[in-house]
Design a protein around this ligand. Structure first.
Ligand SMILES: C[S@@+](CC[C@H](N)C(=O)[O-])C[C@H]1O[C@@H](n2cnc3c(N)ncnc32)[C@H](O)[C@@H]1O
Length: 176
């Protein structure tokens, strides 16, 4: 299963950090972003967000600052999905997530353009009265995906004591 996120021209690094955290929590493999308003520190191999936006396990997410034509880089067999408040989009509660999905989000101070939307094969909106914060939109979509996959028997339902990763569990239980 391949799950990725593409943020188009995000404005705030704290939102990119929050999206990486969401990806890491929900086991999405990649967070790619475009534009020149957020940049990674370090070289190509060790690119990362500034310290305050990082947390343990972030390193497992493939975080990339993309050049032009990021849609061309989405792997074959993965469906690009525009997540945008667009009147013709499907609504998230009724949406069936493809097995392999790349969710595409617009910037905080704008939205996806027609061209970007047309490069996506599916279009989904979260039926909220106003648009939600960028990272909140990512969390909502990833949670919806998890809930439906578990209900559909596509993802395993772990017992609660196995859900948190081991380090975190030890921390919560006061074992370290
Ligand atoms: C904060 S919103 C964009 C702000 C908005 N265009 C404005 O200026 O009022 C940033 C991105 O989050 C996503 N988003 C936020 N709320 C959404 C919703 N209810 N349904 C689908 N996508 C949403 C979209 O990808 C959007 O481009």
């Amino acid at each position: 299963v391949t799950v990725g996120i593409l943020l188009i021209n995000p404005k705030y690094k704290h939102n990119v950090g929050a999206v990486v955290r969401a990806a890491s929590c929900y086991d999405a493999h990649s967070v790619w972003f475009t534009g020149d308003r957020v940049s990674l520190i370090g070289g190509r191999r060790e690119a990362r967000l500034p310290r305050e936006e990082r947390m343990r396990k972030y390193a497992e997410v493939d975080l990339r600052h993309m050049g032009p034509r990021p849609f061309d880089r989405i792997p074959d067999g993965v469906t690009p999905i525009a997540v945008e408040l667009s009147p013709s989009a499907e609504q998230l509660p009724q949406f069936e997530h493809p097995e392999n999905a790349w969710y595409v989000f617009g910037p905080e101070d704008g939205g996806l353009t027609r061209v970007q939307t047309s490069l996506c094969h599916r279009h989904v909106l979260i039926p909220t009265r106003h648009c939600v914060n960028l990272a909140a939109a990512v969390y909502t979509v990833l949670y919806d995906r998890l809930a439906k996959r578990q209900r559909g028997g596509l993802d395993q339902i772990l017992p609660s004591y196995e859900v948190l990763d081991e380090d975190r569990l030890a921390e919560v239980l006061g074992l370290e």
